[in-house]
Design a protein around this ligand. Structure first.
Ligand code: PMP
Length: 354
């Protein structure tokens, strides 16, 4: 850190993204990317948009908002776009948290939340999950501050039913609830239908997972018009061109290709059930994931050993150091072929450990 770096960031511990290694070819199951390419409609739309990159992108994202409005049954002024949903989460911390409205989220959840809280100098409370790694709605009904919940949660993959989330939202109309639905298209019940009923609910989603566009960086939030205006104020005060023209075009293409989207979500769900079944048959405890990853631990092999042995064999997964989850690995659901290779490799590792 230089001697010029502002004091206000002295406690900042930046988020560490999953590795993107270049040393060899891995079966990459560590960052919850889609194993499928983006829709051909998205790719051709982005290529077309590249021809006019001399122009700034549309700061209102009008065509994309119109397409999203059609897809989600909302109005164009009930949605706002961002450079990945990470940026939207940061906007939510900026907009809806301060010392009078501290952030509240589970102790085991998306690791970026505490970083955004720190960055924005927002106090925060981490509420422990139950022993079975589920979220207890009562904790959030009782909570004061702005609630952040990933549903389904990461890295556990476990979802809460919408009725339980609604109980949290309804319990205190004076408290904002930010619902991070990064993985909602793989299972779970979206809270988007509740956004017209509750003006204290903001739902955040991403094109990174189910629409295979992690590299394009496109996220969005759906909520009451007043909330969307708040986020727009922050967007226009930081970077009105946060969504580039190629990404905007690709996003429209991806939304239009509903069949491709539905097929890929179905394949991921099928492959998830396949790999969860294989791992359970090998003695793993696997959480009930509604996402494009599984979260698993084995009674006789440590999480770290499994991580290391898989890596040595060219398969990359993700592990988190905190004691409650140190024995788990989070494994992205890939193609059926990759899942078969994974199951075979895990079997080999377990046999070697005997
Ligand atoms: N929320 C959750 C729960 C995530 O796991 C991720 C992906 N790392 C994100 C949000 C952010 O994804 P993106 O910025 O690619 O939209």
């Amino acid at each position: 850190m230089s001697r010029f770096f502002s004091e206000k960031y002295k406690n900042l511990a930046p988020y560490v993204p999953g590795e993107q290694p270049k040393d060899r070819r891995y079966i990459k199951l560590n960052t919850n990317e889609s194993p499928f390419p983006p829709s051909p409609l998205a790719v051709s739309a982005a290529a077309e948009a590249a021809k006019t990159l001399q122009l700034y992108s549309d700061p209102d994202c009008s065509l994309l908002a119109a397409e999203a409005a059609r897809a989600f049954g909302i109005s164009e002024d009930e949605v706002v776009f961002s450079n990945g949903s990470d940026e939207m989460l940061n906007f939510a911390f900026m907009a809806f948290c301060d010392s009078a409205h501290p952030a509240v989220f589970p102790n085991i959840t998306y690791g970026f939340y505490p970083v955004f809280a720190e960055l924005n100098r927002v106090p925060y409370t981490e509420i422990p999950l139950r022993d079975d790694l589920t979220v207890d709605p009562e904790d959030y009904i009782a909570a004061k501050g702005t609630v952040f919940l990933a549903n389904p949660n990461a890295p556990t993959g476990i979802a809460l039913p919408r009725s339980e989330l609604e109980r949290i939202i309804r319990s205190d109309p004076g408290r904002m609830v930010i619902m991070d639905e990064a993985y909602i298209d793989f299972g779970g019940e979206s809270c988007v239908p509740l956004t017209r009923k509750y003006d204290n609910l903001l739902v955040i989603q991403t094109f990174s997972k189910s629409r295979s566009m992690a590299g394009a960086r496109l996220g969005f939030a759906i909520g009451n018009r007043a909330l969307i205006r708040d986020i727009q104020a922050l967007r226009f005060s930081t970077n009105p061109f946060n969504v580039n023209a190629m990404t905007m075009a690709a996003g429209i293409g991806a939304l239009r290709d509903r069949e491709y989207f539905a097929r890929n979500c179905r394949l991921i769900r099928e492959n998830r059930e396949f790999i969860a079944g294989e791992l359970r048959a090998l003695g793993f405890e696997v959480t009930d994931s509604e996402t494009n990853f599984v979260f698993a631990r084995h009674p006789s092999v440590s999480g770290e050993t499994l991580y290391r042995e898989l890596r040595a064999r060219g398969i990359l997964v993700r592990r988190f150091d905190r004691p409650e989850t140190a024995d788990y690995n989070r494994i992205t659901v890939g193609t059926r072929e990759d899942m078969e290779t994974l199951a075979g490799t895990v079997r080999e590792i377990l046999e070697g450990q005997k």
